[in-house]
Design a protein around this ligand. Structure first.
Ligand SMILES: [Zn+2]
Length: 180
């Protein structure tokens, strides 16, 4: 490709340019080797490789519903017990007024179940959003693998990008997002 160039778009040189994937691989392998041979740079190789590595997205945590389930179960069991121990004479004495506590008790497990449904829907919506953001995140991996870094300017750039462009290494993901 004639447009391809690993020359830094800012300083127009390639003497302090290195492929980002190599920097990251070297940083992961060496652990704490400092890049002291590049004057004026205080950050270690590891810090740089951390900054330039392709970040992994963490999956959102699902909200548990064990507590809601337990409350619903206890109340349901209690109601079954009450109903089983109520004889016909007591059923006959039920009036609209003395039924109210029983109705309120019935509402507790119902509300718990509604709460569980709401939580389950929230969990699946969060998973769906995560899947979408993961897909757009992974689209940036291909340009990231072509990325170069210039130690002199502290910028990342794509060698095959026309017009030539670069971005501060701290804004690497935004730069990738614009070129994914
Ligand atoms: Zn440069």
């Amino acid at each position: 490709m004639s447009d391809w160039s690993d020359v830094c778009p800012l300083c127009q040189k390639d003497d302090q340019v290195q492929k980002v994937t190599s920097i990251v691989a070297a940083g992961q392998a060496s652990g704490s080797v400092s890049a002291g041979y590049y004057e004026g740079r205080s950050s270690s190789q590891t810090d740089l490789s951390k900054m330039l590595s392709f970040p992994s997205l963490s999956e959102p945590e699902s909200k548990g519903m064990g507590c809601l389930f337990l409350v619903a179960l206890v109340f349901a069991a209690f109601m079954v017990f009450v109903v089983a121990n109520t004889d016909s004479r007591e059923w006959a004495s039920i009036t609209p007024t003395n039924i109210i506590p029983a109705v309120l008790l019935t509402l507790v497990p119902v509300l718990c179940i509604v709460g569980m449904i709401v939580r389950a829907r929230g969990n699946s919506a969060r998973r769906e959003r995560f899947k979408k953001s993961l897909a757009s995140h992974e689209r940036m991996r291909a340009p990231w693998q072509r990325l170069y870094y210039c130690y002199r300017n502290g910028v990342v750039f794509l060698p095959d990008e026309q017009p030539r462009s670069s971005a501060d290494a701290r804004n690497m993901m935004a730069y990738l997002g614009a070129h994914a």
